[in-house]
Design a protein around this ligand. Structure first.
Ligand code: HEM
Length: 373
């Protein structure tokens, strides 16, 4: 499939209709020189502009350069189409420490996430100074892009952790069918979508006056690796599974409706006088009406990292959500979920990240982070 434009008011890979595959990496900056970091961001931008258009990472490519030097592209995407590749960058809170003189540039919305009840976070796979999200319809194309960006960053950044994902768990456009997560439920039904221009302005993009001007037109990404206790889930009765989400498993309709896109009726009670969509159901607790209208753009992926040595799949959801201000969106929603979501019995949050994703780039003279440095 064809290329996604790299330049624009906002970064690609956010409202871009979610591609099938993910390769996400979080990096720590190892150089102490600001000039080297800026130079790297410029090199990365040039390589990203090329790769998203289906070209090789460097100008000589995998086989066109000096035979005595390492090639400036690793070669495994030779002959493959652009596959809808998008590359999206974000800056983590730790980049704004004393090293690069950015302390005053840190947006208040990039506040460290609070600890949530039930968190089982592993520090080695959480945080990071910089994140890069590669999404594409072909896993080889996504992996090639991240591999080459990491190669270019050798000596200036080191990989903190990375995550492969498949089977997008959200639709971000009304033109897309809603996919399913590994619990077998349609995921992304009530998501913010590309077509919701007015709501995107209100809930997704940072606007002038929100924080530092360098983030105007940007957005904030929260990542959570959420392990699923799949084997336990698979032994839960269908009626319990549906009660947990407050939706029907086949069609994805709210338990108070018939069609997938029917609005959940949170006030409706059954013959026993109890709410049809239970008080501890996921959809009720995450619903905008409980959070002053707050919405997020979910763009997560399923993952299976093999098995865990105890005969269980090491699998779950690599949750990713974009929003204008996590303090008013992700945080209160997750506080409500962590407190009483009946889904909690079947999941465990094992990694966490928050990143400020700057606005899009105007043209080839611009580079990732230009507005920040
Ligand atoms: C809705 C699954 C974690 C926020 C849903 C739905 C499913 C689902 C099946 C209903 C369909 C839909 O509207 O997309 C899961 C699973 C999770 C998880 C399996 C963990 C493994 C989270 C987290 C958050 C979140 C961590 C945010 C803190 C939401 C929101 C909705 C939703 C905002 C839409 C609610 C509405 O407006 O009806 N989720 N979710 N979810 N989820 Fe999750």
């Amino acid at each position: 499939s064809g290329p996604v434009p790299f330049y624009g008011a906002h970064q690609a890979g956010i409202t871009t209709p979610a591609q099938d595959r993910l390769h996400f990496v979080a990096l720590d900056v190892t150089t102490e020189k600001k000039a080297e970091l800026v130079e790297l961001l410029q090199e990365w931008t040039a390589a990203a502009a090329r790769m998203t258009q289906g070209k090789e990472a460097g100008t000589f490519g995998a086989v066109g350069g000096d035979p005595e030097a390492p090639p400036d592209d690793t070669g495994e995407a030779l002959g493959l189409p652009p596959s809808g590749l998008t590359l999206t960058i974000g800056f983590g809170p730790s980049l704004f420490d004393k090293r690069f003189g950015l302390v005053d540039r840190r947006p208040p919305s990039l506040a460290d996430l609070p600890a949530f009840p039930g968190d089982a976070l592993i520090p080695e796979i959480s945080g990071g100074d910089i994140c890069l999200q590669a999404c594409a319809h072909d896993p080889q194309v996504a992996v090639h892009a991240i591999r080459n960006l990491v190669r270019i960053g050798f000596g200036k950044v080191s990989v903190r952790y990375s995550q492969l994902g498949f089977g997008r768990t959200s639709s971000t456009s009304r033109a897309q069918a809603t996919p399913r997560n590994l619990m077998g439920f349609k995921d992304g039904t009530a998501n913010l979508k590309l077509e919701d221009t007015e709501m995107l302005r209100e809930h997704l993009w940072a606007a002038p006056g929100d924080g530092p001007a360098w983030m105007d037109g940007g957005t904030y990404l929260v990542t959570r690796k959420i392990r699923m206790h799949i084997e336990t889930w698979d032994r839960a009765p269908l009626s319990e599974q549906e009660a947990i989400f407050g939706r029907d498993k086949g069609v994805g309709a709210p338990l108070t409706g018939r069609d997938e896109f029917d609005e959940p009726d949170l006030a409706k009670t059954g013959p026993d006088g109890k709410p049809v969509i239970a008080d501890d159901s996921h959809v009720r607790l995450a619903h905008p009406s409980l959070h002053g209208g707050a919405r997020i753009l979910r763009r997560g992926y399923n993952y299976v990292d093999g098995s865990d040595g105890l005969g269980r799949l090491d699998a779950g959801l690599f949750f990713m959500a974009y929003q204008r201000d996590p303090r008013k969106q992700f945080v209160p929603i997750q506080q409500a979920l962590a407190a009483k979501d009946s889904l909690n019995e079947y999941i465990k949050h094992v990694s966490s990240g928050i990143f400020a994703c700057p606005p899009g780039l105007a043209d080839a003279g611009d580079y990732w982070g230009h507005s920040l440095f």
